[in-house]
Write a protein that binds this ligand. Sequence first.
Ligand code: AHR
Length: 362
Amino acid sequence: MKRKVLSALLIAAMTAATVGCGGGQQAADTQAPAETEAPADDAAPADDTAADDAAPADNAASGELITVGYAQVGAESDWRTANTESFKSTFTEENGYKLIFDDAQQKQENQIKAIRSFIQQEVDYIVVAPVVETGWETVLEEAKEAGIPVILSDRMMDVSDDTLYEAWVGGNFVKEGETCGDWLAKYLEEQGRGEEEINMVTIQGTIGASAQVGRTEGMANKLAEHSNWKMLEMQSGEFTQAKGQEVMESFLKSYDDIDVVICENDNEAFGAIDAIKAAGKTCGPDGDIIVVSFDSVKAAFESMIAGDLNATFECNPLHGPRVAEIIQKLEAGETVDKIQYVDEAYFDTSMDLETILAERAY
Ligand code: AHR
């Protein structure tokens, strides 16, 4: 590590700056849910209010910046754009950081190259939002050998040795999928369709990404509880709008009796909605096809208000302040929780969406 020792003064200042801040989970909890939101297990939708708490204002004053290399997945979705913005606005020189940002364009090999380049540049911390879960051992061992702590954000890595990373902060993807399944069961019941045979298709995310693996698993758990639900087909839309549209077009050609499309992110849903309309069908609460998705970005609220999307299950992207808080604790020699889930809610067309949207951070 280039910057091994911080002055006692700096450590004291940073410790003071983090007093009152818990882990990522607690930071998320500081946000009260809007009254109109339906709670997912009473979860408050987290936003970036933790940013100010986590910002180590005194790092910059010491003249010694903490260098952070962030290996980002890409720019495939509105969620990802918000996530990038969260890191860029948190890891600023004013806050005492130098951020080296790398966009891997959804390719694991690019992320591995970026991590190796961060090691060569002797950064102080490496943060990775891994494209997929597997295949990371070798490069993480290289980082460990170089003495550079690694923090995982958003998606998980499946590694046999969990000392290869310091901490992970992100959403509970299985729970998101299960919340979606529970919502659907309740919605169908309310529509008087609880016993009807329901045909579904899923536009999955990038295969092997935690967000895909978890959401597919969560929904599968709920499918197992409903013998009248039938999953016709699942295909990857790679978390993009263009691919979501393409996959939906092919589903509509193969099946003329789709009741529900589960899109593993909002952008795929926007593409699916375009495909549904182009095929002369309708969607949303008054339409032929129920459309649900994950993330809860602003455009998803607009789509629900327009009557196209039925519901969106939150995945909070504002991880910059949470990762900064982890770094501050490590700098102060404190231990950090290894796994830090953020709280997430859901939103549907029964809510006062205009009011929620007006206050939405992403
Ligand atoms: O890993 C989080 C997922 O990645 C988000 O749901 C999606 O929009 C992004 O591409």
